[in-house]
Design a protein around this ligand. Sequence first.
Ligand code: KG4
Ligand code: ZN
Length: 329
Amino acid sequence: MTRILGIETSCDETGVAVVEDGRRILSSEVASQVPIHAAFGGVVPEIASRQHIRCISQLAQKAFSDAGVPPSGLDGIAATIGPGLMGSLLVGVNFAKALAYAWGLPFIPVHHLEGHIFSPFLTDNPPEFPFLALVVSGGHTSLIDCPRPHEYHIIGATRDDAVGESFDKVARLLDLPYPGGPSIQKAAEQGNPKAIRFPRAMTAGANAGLDFSYSGLKTAVLYEMRKTTAPIADVAASFQEAAVDVLVVKTRLALEQTGAARLVLAGGVAANRLLRDRLDAEIHVPVHMPPLSLCVDNGAMIAAAADSRLKHGLIGDLRATPNPNLPLA
Ligand code: KG4
Ligand code: ZN
């Protein structure tokens, strides 16, 4: 049996968790900074790192007491090493390295996307390798072929905005509160998704492939807002329909091309109801998705990925430093 302390501070959530065997969450604390950054309409990096510093020790203490595990019961300390905001990453990585040094435990650095990919392993229905992963967040929109643990082939990615970023930017255009994803989803519930036909970029013609482009969709919403008389709810629903449509079309194509027998959905946008429902209905291989609580950034997914790294002898050392632009593969 192995137990890992996982720490996530790459953006605006401070997450600390204790996970057993990469499967069972013994405790998981997440402090969201959403209310703090909402006033600015987006994450302010300087404020984010200060906020991580302010709460990380208390969260760790609570994670230990909730788990009922003393430091001597741990097998490793993990933290997100990148990508993300440098000031934020430094807080979690230095906190983790200090604990690893003090307690004589291995320090296990984890790529943020690898963490997201491991989030469905924390459910009753964990995926088996090989699988295809659709990772959709504020910073990434990627289709990743995962043949075996810790080997990743990116077969499709966004050429401009990430899908979560487009939800956030379109929410601003529609005067909906930050973060944009949940507020667009909520507004869309009252709207007609067929009201406006927004473009589905790179789904047909010479450019159709596994890459994505979301900046044109945002611009199309901007132009529509200048002339439309449609209610905001209709614009939100039509935008969401187009954004999700592209994800479903490309995922289907990637499954066809790779012959993958399973799909893993992960990242902040994996919380989107329409996306979850459509993948469930339209993808004919088993789809593994994390519960909503594990879609947002959290320490448990980092611990789950680290547990597997430990078991595969892929640990780091105390010289590891954060890389805000760390590539996955
Ligand atoms: O993974 P995450 O917490 O942070 C990053 O690693 O980027 O993802 C945050 C992103 C934001 O862009 C947010 O608007 C989006 O996930 N998001 C959603 C929903 N909930 C969060 N997008 C669409 N629908 C949602 N329900
Ligand atoms: Zn994330």
